[in-house]
Design a protein around this ligand. Structure first.
Ligand SMILES: Cc1cc2nc3c(=O)[nH]c(=O)nc-3n(C[C@H](O)[C@H](O)[C@H](O)COP(=O)(O)OP(=O)(O)OC[C@H]3O[C@@H](n4cnc5c(N)ncnc54)[C@H](O)[C@@H]3O)c2cc1C
Ligand code: SF4
Length: 443
């Protein structure tokens, strides 16, 4: 017979077990999921993030798990062995919600890693660089997020307005490069203050936001839009955000000052300290340049006939948009391989991979394994030692190793031939760059 004390302990133990078991099982399931995700990232060669991302200090972390609860992005952080761990830092978009949610300040957002430095232009409080009259706003300056891009661009133009420097009648007060969130906000504020300005955008208005996956939920903060008012939403779908911007553009007519499909190529300082700016289509004289070009860089083109056709792209966002079609992927790096594999998994696709070399080199181990398997099993037709020479809306023509020419029926072309990061362009403009190796943006 159990005595009364033992019985009380037994019942108490049972109650604890009943209440704690579901919590423990849920916790273990989350841990197993995090372990599997981390294993997958490591098997692919690890994630070397090109922008802000969280680093957890294991000596401080108490496993409160608030960071995971608040992070809206997939698999950035996970809980392993009772502590927060960065799983895939490349998925972080830099909200900083994790950093702010941690009760013991164990998380810090940093730029770059010990292995991979990130180049950041040095800027002053008014967003001017070491080059008089050249400003940097938005993600290019190291701070991501739509709200930051808007606010920095607004403040930058407010500062310019205070300068009251006279510009000759045949020159612009401001030339803005890029029309993502930062360039759009700079343009709207220039319009609001009646500045003479022009905005050069190599693609279309909207910047990186246009490249988000369909229906992505965008997290943001209230934004003050110059000349329009306040946007108060904190969450909005990508499509609704773009629709809101289109409404702002229609109401303000700011697009009369925006030249889309035109690329900034460089600038020289000429008479009276004014800049002569070269673009893909024209030259402009301006007193100031506001660089709002983000950090995505410019994809390298092949320079072949038909490359400007609408069926040619330099990134693959949503493979499921391409089914029952003939696709040619160009390149031999991880991005090309991942795109070719993703497309080959869609129903009915005929996928070819054109690469100028005979073998792949320096691929992530898992990509190497998967592409070899896909080629061997005929899911991807590897056109080794080939170079595309012509693209049309219904075909691709390529030259083989012996110089022979082949034409194949084709629907879409995805080109992954590397790209130029903005750093070289910034250096050409004389802007000082700091390289961050896992350090906070501002020390
Ligand atoms: C997948 C993903 C999800 C994200 N989710 C969120 C989120 O939920 N909330 C949030 O606040 N932020 C999010 N972000 C971050 C946010 O999109 C960026 O911080 C923001 O777009 C930066 O704005 P920007 O204007 O500085 O640069 P960008 O948006 O990159 O715009 C730069 C523009 O400059 C143009 N350009 C570049 N070079 C030239 C040139 N030489 N000549 C002419 N034009 C040029 C480009 O074509 C582009 O249109 C996310 C980012 C990604 C990648
Ligand atoms: S900064 Fe934002 S996206 Fe990055 S881990 Fe923290 S909450 Fe997630």
């Amino acid at each position: 017979m159990l005595d009364e004390t033992t019985l009380i302990w037994l019942v108490a133990g049972l109650l604890v077990l009943v209440f704690m078991l579901p919590y423990y099982l849920k916790h273990r399931k989350a841990e197993r999921k995090a372990e599997a995700a981390l294993e997958k990232v490591q098997a692919q060669g690890g994630a070397e993030p090109a922008s802000l991302h969280p680093v957890v200090n294991p000596n401080i972390c108490i496993g409160a798990a608030n960071c995971m609860a608040v992070c809206p992005e997939k698999d950035v952080l996970g809980l392993i062995a009772g502590q927060a761990v960065t799983i895939n830092a490349t998925h972080c978009v830099g909200h900083g919600l994790c950093e702010r949610s941690c009760p013991v300040e164990a998380i810090q957002l940093v730029l770059g890693t010990a292995k991979r430095g990130v180049d950041i232009p040095r800027i002053q409080e008014n967003f001017e660089t070491n080059e008089d009259g050249i400003y940097v706003v938005g993600e290019l300056g190291g701070m991501g997020l739509i709200r930051n891009a808007f606010e920095q661009a607004r403040q930058c133009v407010e500062g310019i307005v205070q300068e009251k420097k006279r510009t000759p009648d045949d020159a612009y007060d401001v030339l803005i490069v890029g029309c993502g969130p930062a360039g759009l906000a700079a343009s709207l504020n220039c319009l609001h203050h009646n500045l003479r300005f022009v905005t050069i955008e190599k693609e279309d208005i909207g910047g990186t936001v246009r490249y988000y996956p369909r229906r992505k939920l965008v997290m943001t903060f209230p934004i003050h839009v110059p000349g329009y008012g306040k946007l108060t939403f904190k969450q909005i779908s990508k499509e609704d955000l773009i629709a809101t911007w289109e409404d702002i553009i229609a109401q303000t007519n700011v697009d009369a000052h925006i030249r889309t499909g035109e690329m900034f190529e460089g600038a020289e300082r000429g008479r009276d300290g004014l800049f002569v700016v070269r673009t893909s289509q024209s030259t402009y004289t301006t007193r100031r340049i506001v660089l709002a070009i983000g950090r995505r860089g410019i994809p390298r083109k092949l320079g072949v006939s038909g490359e400007n056709s609408p069926n040619v792209a330099y990134s693959l966002l949503e493979p499921d948009q391409y089914q029952q079609c003939r696709v040619t992927v160009v390149g031999g790096g991880d991005s090309a391989i991942e795109a070719a594999l993703a497309l080959s998994e869609q129903p009915g696709n005929d996928v070819r991979l054109s690469y100028r070399k005979a073998k792949f080199s320096r691929l992530k181990p898992l990509n190497q394994e998967r592409i070899e398997d896909a080629i061997m099993n005929g899911r991807i037709n590897f056109l080794r030692e080939t170079n595309l020479t012509e693209i049309t809306e219904a075909s691709v023509t390529y030259r083989g190793a012996e110089g022979e020419s082949h034409t194949l029926p084709n629907d879409y072309v995805f080109i992954f031939a590397g790209g130029t990061l903005p750093t070289a362009m910034l250096k050409d403009l004389g802007i000082t760059i700091d390289t961050k190796f896992g350090e906070p943006l501002r020390a």
